[in-house]
Design a protein around this ligand. Sequence first.
Ligand code: 13P
Length: 252
Amino acid sequence: MPRIPLIAGNWKMYTSLAEARTLAGAVVSACKGLTDREVMIAPPFTALATVAEVVRGSQVRLAAQNVCWEEQGAFTGEIAPGMLRELGCTMAIIGHSERRQIFGETDALINRRVAGAMRFGITPILCFGETLAEREAGQTMAVLERQVRAGLSGIAVAEPANLVLAYEPVWAIGTGKTASEEQAQEAHEFVRNLLLDMYEKSIAQQMRILYGGSVNSGNVDALLRQPDIDGALVGGASLKADSFERIIHFRQ
Ligand code: 13P
């Protein structure tokens, strides 16, 4: 069974409410009639309710950019999975390199977020990727293996659609420096084999691995043509309606 490609927009800490409403409306229009791919957008928490209204009834899925593992409690600054569900969120980005690097999130913490999200029916998009120094030191695959195994430690996956992975080399994020198709495919194939080692074959083969890092309207087609690249996690180019529309309409 072929994997259904997922195009995901990570809006990071951008968009006023008015901008979020307009951009979400453009994404909904761009998706009309598309049946062979999925599209998701992850606005900042403050815009989730507004964007939820815009995407309601459409095929555009709503995601959060992070999620706590607890149902409720004294966790200042965190958002519970149930709170996201209430807004219509069905996915959450977890372990983004900006969370790891700027906010000190560890593999262990990220693993708790993945487990918590899944317990409450939120599909995690688990992000991982090496820094430039790690790549240059020849440690790329070791870093990916550590982040994927630790992030998924103790995580059972009953349905392949319940978990999404995203390879985002840190040196390619926001730099305009995309990984080549070969570099990306090599990493994705490595992670596919890890999944095959960790999960049943039918599950591992169907799980989606997205690529992220300077994806734009010019490079998306070539990236998505790679056998183990099952979609894109897009930052900057998801903030402009025309470029994200072209990415949504990628041609394999
Ligand atoms: P850019 O597409 O801006 O490089 O960001 C990628 C990213 O971090 C998506 O999560």
